[in-house]
Design a protein around this ligand. Sequence first.
Ligand SMILES: [Zn+2]
Ligand SMILES: [Zn+2]
Length: 134
Amino acid sequence: MAAVKKFVCSHCRYLLEASDEGHAYFLSDEGKPQFFSSSARAEELETFLQHSAGKDLKDQERTAFLAQRTGTMRDMLCIDCGGKFRRDVDRQEIVCPGRKCHSKNVYAVWYLEGQTCPSCKTGHFKLKRLLSVP
Ligand SMILES: [Zn+2]
Ligand SMILES: [Zn+2]
């Protein structure tokens, strides 16, 4: 079960939501993040292991390989420009990728409660609903 939070701006009703599971991804051989689909994740992981690790791995090797090449990205919001993007907060620098922005005033949507709304710059985000989804 995943939890989903829905936030709404107290002023302009801007809505955002995020899941506590984030977005699982792996790094391709070119180093590009590729997201797993939630429905076929186990199969995609096997395909990735066979394709990129290239041989039958022992448990330890498999764990080390996955630690290097997989992660989870969070939905992020830039409070300055309102840009939405994904980041692996354990691995990547948390800076807004907006061309003219580069703000560090960014938050995981999951932790948005109380932050200023970038859309109207007046309201604050309030937790509207907390849902459980299978
Ligand atoms: Zn607002
Ligand atoms: Zn920004």
